[in-house]
Design a protein around this ligand. Sequence first.
Ligand SMILES: NC(=O)c1ccc(NCc2ccccc2N2CCOCC2)nc1
Length: 235
Amino acid sequence: MVRAGLQEGILGRAVGNGLIDLQVHDLRDFTTDRHKVVDDTPFGGGPGMVLKAEPMFRAVEHVRDTRGTPDAVLLPSPQGRRFTQAVAGEYSRRAHLVLLCGRYEGVDERVSTALVTEEVSIGDFVLSGGELPALVIVDAVARLVPGVVGDAESVVRDSFTRGLLDHPHYTRPASLRGLDVPAVLLSGHHGEIDRWRRQQALRRTYERRPDLLADEALTDEERQWLAAWTAGERN
Ligand SMILES: NC(=O)c1ccc(NCc2ccccc2N2CCOCC2)nc1
């Protein structure tokens, strides 16, 4: 499941051209019994099973012995720090990350207290395992590694880097079922097009996620736009 998610698109290309290196390790390879058991019943009773600590310790030790001590050992979990674009930026500046994927009812607490450097949550919802969060984190972080996302797209990242929502996107045909592409985008005036895109990104953020505007540095023009929209709301 994890390997498949790492072979696609920009991640696959980034691995192909050596910009990032992704290794997947199976916890079962770090067990010592014949049945390769990675889970066990919970002390204190209760339903379900708990992921054993020992295989995770051995797996991280294997990574440390073969590739050096990681800068961070992350555990995606509902109890973690909220993963945001800013956190992705932090992680993208680390050379070596390990992500541990939990399953069952959870992971033996000694993994969290003695092996993990940080628990991280991709959102307030419960998943059956940490694999999808791990893929989400790897994708968001890899995109921020220089060279992974083509230069053509680096402009697109401006709105995200600024912490605003994205502007609308259109492609052919210019008119579809009576729905026309905004004329400015067909005008060839790149200054006007850029201004329209910044205004649209700001407008969308104001309408859908005003909370993102709190710590946003705005130009005078952008403040004027916001004032006009806010005034428009009042009367
Ligand atoms: N929001 C997230 O980032 C997120 C991450 C993981 C995750 N699940 C795997 C998991 C990993 C660690 C501990 C517990 C669990 N869980 C096992 C299943 O039961 C619930 C607890 N769910 C949501």
